[in-house]
Design a protein around this ligand. Structure first.
Ligand code: PHE
Length: 342
């Protein structure tokens, strides 16, 4: 009987030599250890034919063979699986010496860059952002800004009317009224946004972007305006850039000024950019007209203010040396990439 057990053991040992995968090990294991059909399983069923006095030794022998086979084939299975895993790792290995695929990198549009830069500078001085609506009523865009119907200053801005009452705002100055209606001084806001005028040439576009600034508090004068703008031009155009105020006219400011900065290209000596004058016009501004403050219920015996309006396209054109405003709207990737390299 023992000879039979020994024969099965030899059969397992010899058969194991031929096995090449964990799947084969599994099938091979079944052949011997399956409870019903496996060779070792069948040995147990033989028990009834074994003479009583041999039963105990026989049972022990079969159990030992079974335990041995389980351990031996289990170990073989583990080894086989480890080998297979290793082979998979090797097959799936990533070649890190391959050159990486280049990915196209996006960047911000020059208008957005300049807008963000201006916001950064003024928020450093304590300004908050207010964004008003692009569709305005005649009242906010003109009347409340001391430009009633038939006022000649309305001709300064060719307006797109949507109806006798509604229009596309021609200036972010309309936002001043919204802010002052809602809030009593101190007020210190910056209002960026799109504005619209029926105007179209190399330096004008029917849609462009402005940045309005408004400060209202006790004792605000034109000096405060110039001090703040000096700091602004120094940060945006470089150390040493100065401002100059020239008299101008806007119905909502009194006095009104046109602000120039010393030419950052030639330092004021005169060049092509500043047309030989040494100065470049950058924005309109002034002391807020008392009539405007009164329209918003602000006590002019206590408060005064200044306002300014910066053209963002114009600032971007000066900064990047662009001579046609259309380049900012055509979205030619080659041009935009060059502007971002600066
Ligand atoms: N709103 C004026 C314009 O669009 C600019 C401006 C703003 C002037 C604030 C004075 C004060 O031309």
């Amino acid at each position: 009987m023992n000879a039979n057990l020994e024969q099965i053991k030899q059969e397992i040992l010899a058969g194991a030599e031929e096995l090449n995968s964990s799947k084969e090990v599994y099938e091979f294991k079944k052949k011997f250890l399956d409870g019903k059909t496996g060779k070792i399983g069948l040995l147990m069923k033989e028990m009834k034919n074994i003479p009583n006095e041999e039963k105990a030794a026989y049972g022990k022998g079969v159990n030992e063979l079974k335990a041995w086979a389980l351990e031996f084939l289990g170990g073989l299975d583990e080894k086989m699986k480890a080998k297979e895993l290793q082979a998979r790792y090797e097959a799936e290995k990533i070649d890190i010496s391959l050159p990486a695929e280049t990915t196209a990198e996006g960047n911000l549009h020059p208008i957005t860059l300049v807008r963000n830069e201006i916001i950064d500078i003024f928020s450093g001085m304590g300004f908050e952002i207010y964004e008003g609506p692009e569709i305005e009523t005649d009242y906010y865009n003109f009347t409340a800004l001391n430009t009633p119907q038939d006022h000649p200053a309305r001709d300064m801005q060719d307006t797109f009317y949507l109806s006798p009452e509604f229009l596309l705002r021609t200036q972010t100055s309309a936002g001043q009224i919204h802010v002052m209606e809602k809030k009593q001084p101190p007020i210190k806001i910056l209002s960026p946004g799109k504005v619209f005028r029926s105007d179209d040439d190399a330096t004008h576009s029917p849609m462009f972007t402005q940045m309005e600034g408004l400060v209202v508090d006790k004792g605000i004068t034109l000096c405060d305006l110039q001090g703040m703008l000096d700091e602004f031009v120094r940060q945006i155009y470089g150390e040493g850039t100065k401002t100059r105020l020239r008299p101008s006219y806007f119905p909502f400011t009194e006095p009104s000024v046109e602000v120039d900065c010393s030419c950052f290209e030639c330092g004021g000596k005169g060049c092509k950019l500043c047309k030989g004058t040494g100065w470049i016009e950058i924005l309109g501004a002034g002391v807020v007209n008392n009539k405007v403050l009164e329209n918003c219920g602000i006590d002019t015996s206590v408060y005064s203010g200044f306002a300014f309006g910066i053209g963002i396209e114009r600032t971007a054109m000066l900064k990047y040396g662009i001579n046609n405003i259309k380049m900012l709207f055509e979205s030619d990737i080659k041009v935009l990439n060059q502007l971002n390299d600066k």
